[in-house]
Design a protein around this ligand. Sequence first.
Ligand SMILES: *[C@@H]1O[C@H](CO)[C@@H](O)[C@H](O)[C@H]1NC(C)=O
Ligand SMILES: *[C@@H]1O[C@H](CO)[C@@H](O)[C@H](O)[C@H]1NC(C)=O
Ligand SMILES: *[C@@H]1O[C@H](CO)[C@@H](O)[C@H](O)[C@H]1NC(C)=O
Ligand SMILES: *[C@@H]1O[C@H](CO)[C@@H](O)[C@H](O)[C@H]1NC(C)=O
Ligand SMILES: *[C@@H]1O[C@H](CO)[C@@H](O)[C@H](O)[C@H]1NC(C)=O
Ligand SMILES: *[C@@H]1O[C@H](CO)[C@@H](O)[C@H](O)[C@H]1NC(C)=O
Ligand SMILES: *[C@@H]1O[C@H](CO)[C@@H](O)[C@H](O)[C@H]1NC(C)=O
Ligand SMILES: *[C@@H]1O[C@H](CO)[C@@H](O)[C@H](O)[C@H]1NC(C)=O
Ligand SMILES: *[C@@H]1O[C@H](CO)[C@@H](O)[C@H](O)[C@H]1NC(C)=O
Ligand SMILES: *[C@@H]1O[C@H](CO)[C@@H](O)[C@H](O)[C@H]1NC(C)=O
Ligand SMILES: *[C@@H]1O[C@H](CO)[C@@H](O)[C@H](O)[C@H]1NC(C)=O
Length: 524
Amino acid sequence: MHIHPLILPALAAVAHAASYSGDLRPQIHFSPPSNFMNDPNGLVYDSKKGIYHLYYQYNPSQTVAGNQHWGHATSSDLYHWTNQPIALSGDKPEEYIFSGSAVIDSNNTSGFFPHQDDGVVAIFTVDTPTLETQNIAYSRDGGYTFTKYANNPVIDIGSKQFRDPQVVWHPETQQWVMTLAYAQDLVIGFYTSPNLRDWTHASNYTQKGLPGAQFECPNLVKFSVDRAVSKETSKYVLFISVNPGAPLGGSGTFYVVGNFNGTHFTSEVAHETLLDFSGDNYAAQWYSGIPENEPPVSIGWASNWDYTAEVPTGPLEGWRSAMTLPKTHTLTKVNGAWVVTHSPFHELSTIKGRQLVSKNLKSGNVQTNFSGVPSKAVYFNVTLKDIHDAHPTGQVNFNFTSSSGEYLDGGLSLDKGSFWINRAGTHLFTIKDNGNYTSSFNTTIPSFGKGTFSFSGVIDRSVLEVFLGEERTQIGTLTFFPTSPLDTLTVSAEGLTNQTSVSVKAWGLQSGWNSTTGSKRFRA
Ligand SMILES: *[C@@H]1O[C@H](CO)[C@@H](O)[C@H](O)[C@H]1NC(C)=O
Ligand SMILES: *[C@@H]1O[C@H](CO)[C@@H](O)[C@H](O)[C@H]1NC(C)=O
Ligand SMILES: *[C@@H]1O[C@H](CO)[C@@H](O)[C@H](O)[C@H]1NC(C)=O
Ligand SMILES: *[C@@H]1O[C@H](CO)[C@@H](O)[C@H](O)[C@H]1NC(C)=O
Ligand SMILES: *[C@@H]1O[C@H](CO)[C@@H](O)[C@H](O)[C@H]1NC(C)=O
Ligand SMILES: *[C@@H]1O[C@H](CO)[C@@H](O)[C@H](O)[C@H]1NC(C)=O
Ligand SMILES: *[C@@H]1O[C@H](CO)[C@@H](O)[C@H](O)[C@H]1NC(C)=O
Ligand SMILES: *[C@@H]1O[C@H](CO)[C@@H](O)[C@H](O)[C@H]1NC(C)=O
Ligand SMILES: *[C@@H]1O[C@H](CO)[C@@H](O)[C@H](O)[C@H]1NC(C)=O
Ligand SMILES: *[C@@H]1O[C@H](CO)[C@@H](O)[C@H](O)[C@H]1NC(C)=O
Ligand SMILES: *[C@@H]1O[C@H](CO)[C@@H](O)[C@H](O)[C@H]1NC(C)=O
């Protein structure tokens, strides 16, 4: 499984020649040039240059996990990506670079950057057959090439289950804070450092009752809070990914809302919240370097460890796994409870194409065949008005169909107060191929406040993401694999109370890849 460093340039050449034209290849969501990708790593925004870096867990030699490196891509809008050479590799056989984060050390706290204020430091786990330690590497060229720190590791507690450091700057105490997982102890650890080199254990946090066999990829994220919602101006949210054994099967992510004082996280909620009501959203990471006055931005891994090594994109197209859409988030309150909201980054504005449909209906359906949209990626938004408050009835469904008779459907049940999505109608990979590849997911809609409700979604060849509610407080992320492309959208309404109206809008989305290679500006 190990790859000798000398053959890496050859692998980079393979990456260069990668094709993004496969029928299952997402065009809006990031996926690796070839082979296997999992967790997003090192998400850092270089605000001076306007460049977003995406590093990721990468096996450059096979379409299954193993041989972990940090792959790398850059973007100025999080939708149009340029693949870059691998950023971090192990130094010896059976030494792998596991997940971690990256920060811009603008004050040169690390001392690595004598003549610049835009140096990048990556903080990551090095995994060997017996040990996981935390290590750092610095980049003086804006995050393209890294030098490993001579005195690595920076944290070694002699554990094999100790990983995924996420580092943020805590201005109040003028120090760096690392959040990481004592994976199988189901504990989150916090460490602090003045300089990214010397770390002191600050505290441990456990979310009692959380399901799952391992905690992974924790993120501590500061949210500004609207004064209309709370007297406090900010809160901290701790995101914890668990695998296996998440409540919807396999991998899943929870969050806990509370506060952080520089050393200790304290929960201020009765229980954790599940991030996504569907099966394919894991290990999300939040960008560092986003300006203070802008909302936090995240990207997650749109897959599930239960079946990620078996999905058909491996044998058919030579790659496995996509990231979720980039999203912006806010923290708000719904019915008195804290919730994180989720919106596609910049409302998809840099890739939004021609409007396919804009219609109102009270019953019946609207249909649009979008086979003329080259990306086969579509954004749709369905908005209901004048829902009967006391007795909402009826249903509004969406259905993506293909000429092969396959379909991906879902919808809103006003009677049940629920929303569902279902991939059983796509046939290239089904629950018969893997018993944990659950067909359908659903969630309860807490209320149809003010008589309106909307849902929206992005379909992108083999990934669907739905956003529920005007404030988009619920999301569902689902991979699916049809034998022939889904190219027609039907939205139907039935049984609504007669004053309720439904507005249906859909737009084609433009591919984020240039032609088919995604590597035009590949840096040799
Ligand atoms: C895509 O092509 C356009 C126009 O040729 C160019 O400006 C842009 O830099 C390219 N983007 C990438 C990611 O290669
Ligand atoms: C950065 O830190 C190093 C080591 O402390 C120091 O030599 C250098 O002068 C510093 N550079 C700046 C711009 O502060
Ligand atoms: C940089 O230094 C300034 C001035 O001391 C401080 O306010 C700021 O929080 C520091 N930021 C980082 C990221 O080190
Ligand atoms: C923090 O948790 C880890 C993992 O369970 C444990 O090994 C360590 O002793 C704890 N540290 C403290 C100070 O409690
Ligand atoms: C942070 O919270 C912990 C636990 O509540 C407390 O022991 C510690 O003194 C607090 N630190 C500061 C700076 O308030
Ligand atoms: C499927 O899930 C069950 C329990 O939920 C687990 O025991 C089994 O290992 C999983 N299978 C795969 C292939 O992950
Ligand atoms: C979607 O279309 C398929 C195939 O025509 C059909 O079996 C399924 O019931 C439809 N779903 C909805 C929600 O209408
Ligand atoms: C959509 O239109 C294309 C081109 O006319 C056609 O080949 C395809 O079968 C249509 N899709 C469906 C589901 O009818
Ligand atoms: C919702 O999902 C649960 C399993 O998570 C299932 O038992 C239930 O039947 C589903 N409900 C609907 C309305 O699909
Ligand atoms: C649907 O579109 C409306 C109008 O742009 C917007 O306010 C609403 O938030 C969207 N709903 C969802 C769930 O994205
Ligand atoms: C339907 O609308 C009419 C007026 O537009 C109203 O008189 C009637 O009560 C409504 N029926 C229901 C079931 O809401």
